[in-house]
Ligand binder design. Structure first.
Ligand code: ADP
Length: 530
């Protein structure tokens, strides 16, 4: 029997012990510390360092022993630059040893020998272990082979720990994506017990994650009204999970849309898509629900149909008036005095203007949606004159309201698109009249500072409640009230006014007290930078 020298037996045992310890570790830093400790002990070294190759092929120092803190900052970049030119698969030993010795000397660590152990996995270099010692000892081919077999074991352990690290990071990333998804995500086990419930879903349903986890799907997801599709219970009862689709098929999903009851009893319009997750054998593992808040979409749909009926109404009234007055004037059996003819023609003219303004608004809105806002013909606009003319025009249409224009002297001109700015003030003044059915003063005032001008239109009308305030600038939006049902309108005026003001780099804002009145402020920059 071949007797191994004593130190070699010890070396083998040690190696075995470390290798065993290594395979059970999954933390990269811990594995590196173990490898480095063992390498230093085996080579009776004083200083050790491990550099790992990053996915971008650069080597970075990841673990060190015996390098004083203050030297580490110099050592690390030196080491990394030395390794910069090493290839994927190999490392030029003799040169590296030499360079490392120079590094050690430069750092004044009194180290005389540097031993380099490359860690290889599948012919690819994963990293390098460096051990420095203060004496230059010989080591045999056998020593070298023992060391190398240790380095190979270490490489596998490091590689596994790295894979695990990446996997955990990926898993964390995936759960963070789920958690921060803007749509609600609900994950159930095969028995419909909730095992995942993200933040968005907590916001949508009002149930907290803690309350939801572990509950059954049907005790939380309660439809008050189903508009399309089948709720999950009905889909399952009809044997949905038994249906198998081939891979080429569309994913096997079910969609349900309607109003859900939230935790506090309020309702919310939702669209939910359920899909199935199976394991390799086709057994149902999870049911996943993607939950989308569609209240906004529903509101838009309702607003659109309200808009169509409002537009038809708005078109019908002036057309009927124009037609009525025109036919009256044309009657051959009647003789009209000049004053009556003039009055009738004035109505026809006013109504035609109203139609033209409505058509202008409709065109502007569709253009705005199709191509965004573009201003044409930028010129210096005298807002005082523009507003005064509008006030005069509107004053002729109402006796209940008193329009007052208050501007300081030397009110500066702005650069803008006069046609669009006129539409803004026409809409605001028109609204002020429409929504003060009892009359009162409508005050149009101006102020300015170095940056911009503000024109405010205030009325003493019905006002707007705080909940409605954010909505009134939306396209087609009309506050639902007895007054607005009586009042003509399409819900486009403020939407367009805000778009036109923004296109000038300005801001349109509102303050309002219900039953007291509203004030709309138009702020425009003094010089439009275009
Ligand atoms: P429209 O007047 O055609 O309905 P707007 O976009 O001009 O559309 O206004 C949207 C809604 O905002 C109106 O339906 C109305 O309820 C409200 N509103 C606008 N201006 C005023 C105002 N000055 N006072 C009270 N409510 C207003």
């Amino acid at each position: 029997m071949l007797m191994l020298p004593d130190y070699r037996v010890r070396q083998r045992d040690y190696l075995l012990e470390i290798a065993r310890a290594l395979t059970s570790r999954l933390d990269v830093d811990e594995v590196l510390r173990l490898v480095l400790g063992a390498s230093i002990a085996m080579l009776s070294g004083e200083v050790g360092l491990i550099a790992l190759r990053d996915p971008d092929d650069r080597f970075r120092a990841r673990a060190s022993v015996g390098v004083p803190e203050d030297k580490l900052d110099v050592f690390k970049p030196l080491l990394e630059s030395i390794l910069l030119n090493e290839t994927h698969s190999g490392i030029q030993h003799s040169q590296l040893d030499l360079k490392m010795r120079l590094v050690a000397r430069a750092l004044d660590l009194r180290l005389r020998q540097a031993i380099t152990l490359p860690m290889m996995v599948r012919q690819q270099i994963l990293g390098v272990v460096f051990v420095f010692r203060s004496y230059s000892g010989e080591y045999s081919a056998n020593d070298q082979s023992v060391l190398q077999s240790f380095a190979d074991q270490a490489a596998i352990a490091v590689h596994n720990a790295q894979l695990y690290e990446r996997l955990s990071a990926e898993q964390q990333r995936l759960s963070a994506i789920l958690e921060h998804s803007a749509d609600g995500v609900l994950i159930m086990d095969a028995a419909q017990r909730i095992v995942g419930f993200n933040k968005a879903l907590a916001r949508i349903t009002g149930w907290s994650q803690a309350e939801a986890l572990g509950q059954m799907h049907d005790s939380l997801i309660f439809w008050e009204h189903v508009e399309h599709g089948q709720p999950l219970g009905a889909a399952l009862a009809s044997g949905w999970t038994q249906q198998r689709t081939s891979e080429a098929d569309e994913p096997n999903t079910r969609y349900v849309e309607g109003d859900l009851r939230r935790r506090d009893g309020s309702r919310i319009s939702l669209g939910v898509t359920y899909s199935l997750l199976r394991d390799d054998e086709g057994r149902l593992q999870n049911i996943i629900a993607n939950v989308r808040d569609i209240s906004h979409f529903r509101r838009a749909q309702e607003a659109k149909s309200a808009f169509i009926s409002a537009v038809s109404h708005e078109l019908k009234t002036p057309v009927a008036l124009i037609k009525g007055y025109a036919s009256t004037l044309r009657r051959e059996d009647a003789q009209w005095d000049e004053a009556t003819v003039q009055r009738a023609l004035a109505v026809i003219e006013d109504e035609a203007d109203r139609l033209a303004a409505l058509i202008e608004n409709l065109l502007a809105a569709s253009k705005l949606q199709a191509e965004g806002m573009r201003l044409s013909q930028l010129a210096e606009v005298d807002l005082v004159e523009l507003v005064a003319r509008a006030a005069e025009r509107f004053q002729t249409q109402t006796e209940k309201h008193h329009l007052r224009v208050v501007f300081p002297p030397d009110f500066p001109a702005v650069r803008g698109d006069e046609v669009r700015l006129r539409q803004v003030f026409d809409n605001l003044i028109n609204n002020a009249i429409k929504y003060s059915p009892n009359g009162g003063e409508i005050r149009i005032s101006g102020s300015y500072d170095a940056e911009g001008v503000t024109i405010s239109v205030s009325d003493q009308g019905v006002g707007i409640s705080a909940e409605e305030l954010p909505n009134i600038f939306e396209r087609f939006y009309r506050v639902d009230s007895a007054l607005s049902r009586r009042t003509q309108g399409t819900g486009l005026g403020l939407y367009l006014a805000r778009a036109f003001v923004s296109a000038h780099g300005g801001k349109l804002s509102v303050e309002s007290t219900p039953q007291k009145g509203s004030t709309f402020h138009v702020w425009l920059p003094r010089l439009l930078v275009s």
